[in-house]
Design a protein around this ligand. Structure first.
Ligand code: ADP
Length: 270
């Protein structure tokens, strides 16, 4: 067996295959339980080949106590994305890649290599942290389900709210200020958890989309590829990112199993 591991800040992602060329299987563990990953890997015999990437790679390597190949995270992610693009028949050669993990990292890559363009601390960790502060909820699936039922209208200030019927110089549906409409609420108004969580998803999604479109501006690339576990079962975040990226004139692309791109890259390096 060959196992690629992407040990991130929140989740440890694994991609593994029993025979070269056979389909790849996937598995995820919480980053707070690296010993579970070690146990899972150690259940394989000594023939198992292991490639590890991500911020917690060295920690995991030392816990494993058997040889493993370390790989630079950004290289692994881009190699994994190249593989997934080939699988899905995408043929363009140059791309902007935005990885929305605990934080967000933005890259340019083509056949010859990759370059990190920048990033933002607003990412999946912000979604978790801000949601917890605002509602007390810590469970990821509960949070995203409630968010999907929420309406941002009383919380977020749109450009058209400011222009009130006059013709705005930029699209009226752009958010002028995330959470910027709260001041207009009456003292007696209370916001529901659903509204608050939908607005947190809005803040994260719009920030990520905006940073990506700005980073992409100097590049002649067909699309912006969005990956990362923050999109897992989170259709609302996908919708926000997709809509906002289009509103700003670029083309978003989501790829199946994109959250495993780092693990796939680590696997392919073996
Ligand atoms: P990292 O590599 O930094 O761990 P990921 O790409 O794994 O980042 O994304 C982590 C984010 O994915 C979390 O911040 C959260 O928003 C989201 N997420 C998806 N599934 C889960 C889960 N089961 N538990 C916690 N967070 C999850």
């Amino acid at each position: 067996v060959k196992i690629g591991v992407d040990a991130g800040g929140t989740l440890i992602k694994l991609a593994y295959t029993y025979n070269q060329g056979e389909s790849i299987s996937f598995k995820t563990f919480p980053a707070l339980q690296p010993e579970e990953v070690v146990k899972w890997i150690q259940a394989f015999d000594d023939e198992a080949e292991i490639g590890i990437t991500g911020g917690k790679a060295s920690l995991l390597q030392s816990m494993l106590g058997r040889p493993s190949l370390g790989m630079v995270e950004f290289e692994a992610t881009c190699n994994g994305v190249r593989y997934l693009l080939r699988q899905s028949g995408v043929t363009e050669e140059a791309h902007i890649l935005t990885n929305v993990g605990t934080g967000t990292s933005i890259h340019y890559f083509d056949q010859s290599g990759q370059k990190r363009l920048g990033g933002t601390g607003v990412g999946g960790g912000t979604l978790m942290g801000l949601s917890q502060v605002l509602t007390g909820i810590t469970d990821y699936h509960e949070l995203i389900q409630l968010a999907a039922a929420g309406d941002r209208d009383r919380i977020d200030l749109k450009v058209k709210h400011i222009y009130q019927g006059a013709e705005p110089p930029i699209p009226g549906d752009l958010t002028a200020s995330n959470f910027g409409r709260v001041f207009a609420l009456a003292a007696t108004d209370t916001l529901s958890k659903e509204e608050l969580l939908a607005s947190v998803v809005g803040l994260v999604g719009e920030t990520v989309a905006t940073a990506s479109v700005l980073a992409a501006t100097p590049y002649d690339s067909a699309s912006i590829i969005f990956v990362g576990s923050s999109f897992i079962q989170n259709d609302l975040l996908k919708e926000v990112v997709e809509g906002y990226t289009r509103l700003r004139g670029a083309t978003p692309l989501f790829i199946e199993n994109g959250e495993y791109s780092g693990a796939i890259g680590a696997l392919l390096s073996l």
